[in-house]
Design a protein around this ligand. Sequence first.
Ligand SMILES: N[C@@H](CCC(=O)N[C@@H](CS)C(=O)NCC(=O)O)C(=O)O
Length: 217
Amino acid sequence: MPKLYRVYGALGSGSAIVELLLTRAGLAYETVDASPWGDAAQRARLREVNPLGQVPTVTTPSGTVLTESAAIALHLHDVAPAAHLLPPLGDPTRDKALRWLVFLVAAIYPTFTFGDEPSRWVDTAAASGLRARTDRWCQSLWKMVEPEAEGPWFLGTEMCAIDLFLAVMVEWRPRRAWFEEHCPRLAAIATRVGTDAALAAVLDRHRAAAAAPLPGA
Ligand SMILES: N[C@@H](CCC(=O)N[C@@H](CS)C(=O)NCC(=O)O)C(=O)O
C-alpha cells in the first residue's frame, strides 16, 4: 500500500487549508487528530513531528515532515504543477502570488499566534488588551489585502493557493460577516471556493467544528 500524505490537524484550524491544497492538487491524504488545544495524547502526537506544536503539520509519502502552510503550498505546487496552486515561473502574476501568500502567513497568521491565547504571552491583566490590539491589527492587515484581489479569483481568472487560504481564514476572527462588510472581494472569493464540490466537502467538515473554541474564536 503506497504511503499517503498525512495531515496532522484540528477541525476549523489551518489544517483545513492544507486539506484544500491537497484536494485541489488531486493528492490522497489521511488526517490525524492532533489539535494543539486537544488532550495530552493529541498534543504529544503533534510534538512528535513538530516541536513547535502547531498545525498544519504534514508528513509526505516519503516521510519528510513539512510545517508552515506556505511551505506546504510551495511543496504541493512542485509535486502537482498542473493544479496551478501557484503561477509558473515566468508568469507575470507569480511575484504577486508569492508576496501575498507569504503576507497571509507572515503578517496575518501571527495575530492569531498572539491573540488566540494572550495569557501565554502577557500577564492576565494585559491579556484582553493584547487580544483587542492583535484583532485590530488583523483587521488593518486584511484591509491591505482586499484591494489586491483582482476577481473573480485573487490573481484574476485562475484559482490559486491564496484563494484556498482565504476560504478558511475568512471564517476566523474577525469572521465572515466582517469580511462581507469590509473586505467584500475576499468574502466573495471564499464563497466561490465553496462552489467546487470537492473543496466544499472539506470546508463543510471543518465548519461543522466552528463551535470549537479555537482558532480565531
Ligand atoms: N506559520 C504557521 C502558523 C500555524 C499556526 O499558527 N497554527 C495554529 C492553528 S491554525 C496553531 O497551531 N496554534 C497553536 C500554537 O501556535 O501554539 C503556518 O503558516 O502554518
